[in-house]
Write a protein that binds this ligand. Structure first.
Ligand SMILES: [Zn+2]
Length: 356
């Protein structure tokens, strides 16, 4: 997932200031009908001319070469021959096929995936066995196994009960320390802790404050129910995400009511995001707004204006919501997509601010 975050951040910082249509963004399903690509390619090619068309043709050659080798994957690809740029990421589930030519990579579908499929760390443990999973985009990306030879609960002959218990406790403590060290290295922002009995609570008591705060759920489950646990935790994280986006809208409403740290509607949100004031950007899921961007002076406006009112250069047509998103990524804002009706009524987009 951190690959995804890094990729989005990198893509958000790219734009071609001299020429409009130099980046090709493709989202393509693994079982996509290749006709879709041919049709879009033909249409885009016919609309471009000169250097932009040349760049498009060579860029598409490279993309098709890549797709030939990587059949059977659902992919997002961002490329520009002119800028010697080629990035891709494979996605573990269906997306809408699209091909977009623009002055910057089209990141909105990726940003939505990041929002909806938050990565997390899953720890399954008992007193002598632990498994740590990193789950990203709904799939296990990495796992680490740890186990320890811990004495059986029942004492063997010779030792006093007290001595036996002390040794056993010490051994478990040492094992949990080992798990803690491993977890510290790979823990994501959200941790789900699971396992049978009391072990998981004893373990959690040993964690640093910082790590403890990241635990979003504790699941009581047998150590052998790994498959079920994975399913349950993925479901749980997606529920949490839904609650989070509802909470974000609620927070926005409250801030607006007390005239606090919030903006809403296109113009005010755009200004805030450009100023780096946005802590949390909230966007209606499928809302797009046609607008224009002056690549020359970066003026961005809703509606179609042929020439920039600021510098007179010709503008290009953009989805201004995508542009807001790119500004937000560049300034490390969090982004929530929601289909909550309230955000629709508030002008499709709004933000909680860092300061006013
Ligand atoms: Zn301008």
């Amino acid at each position: 997932m951190n690959d995804l975050s890094e990729l989005i951040r990198e893509l958000s910082e790219i734009y071609d200031a001299d020429s409009r249509d130099t980046y090709v963004s493709i989202y393509i399903n693994k079982d996509a009908n290749i006709k879709f690509l041919e049709r879009r390619e033909k249409a885009c090619k016919s609309l471009l001319s000169g250097e932009e068309q040349k760049n498009f043709i060579i860029t598409m050659e490279k993309i098709k070469e890549f797709l030939n080798i990587n059949t059977g994957n659902t992919l997002a690809i961002f490329a520009s021959h002119k800028h010697n740029f080629f990035k891709h990421i494979s996605l573990p589930f269906k997306i809408n096929n699209s091909l977009i030519v623009d002055s910057s990579p089209y990141i909105r579908p990726l940003a939505r995936i990041k929002d909806e499929w938050e990565s997390f760390t899953l720890v399954l443990l008992n007193s002598n066995y632990a498994k740590i999973f990193s789950i990203s985009l709904g799939k296990v990306e990495q796992e680490k196994n740890l186990s320890a030879d811990i004495m059986n609960k029942h004492k063997k002959g010779g030792w006093s009960q007290a001595r036996f218990q002390r040794l056993r406790k010490g051994a478990i403590h040492a094992f949990f320390s080992e798990v803690k060290d491993a977890l510290e290295k790979i823990a994501d922002e959200q941790i789900v802790l699971a396992g049978p009995g009391q072990a998981k609570f004893q373990f959690s008591d040993m964690l640093s404050k910082k790590l403890k705060k990241k635990i979003v759920e504790v699941i009581d489950i047998s150590i052998d129910d790994e498959k079920e646990l994975l399913k349950e935790s993925i479901h749980l994280i997606s529920e949490l995400e839904e609650r989070k986006s509802k909470g974000a809208v609620q927070q926005l409403k409250e801030e607006i009511l007390k005239d606090g740290l919030a903006v809403y509607g296109f113009d005010d949100t755009l200004n805030a995001v450009k100023n780096g004031q946005v802590e949390l950007l909230i966007i209606e899921k499928d809302y797009k707004l046609k607008g224009c961007l002056c690549e020359h002076c970066q003026l961005l406006k809703a509606g179609a204006i042929k020439n920039c009112p600021n510098c007179g250069n010709p503008t290009s047509e953009v989805d201004v919501i995508e542009e807001i998103l790119e500004f937000a990524e560049r300034t490390d804002s969090e982004i929530e997509f929601t289909d909550d009706e309230e955000i629709h009524n508030l002008g499709h987009v709004g933000a909680i601010l860092r300061y006013k």
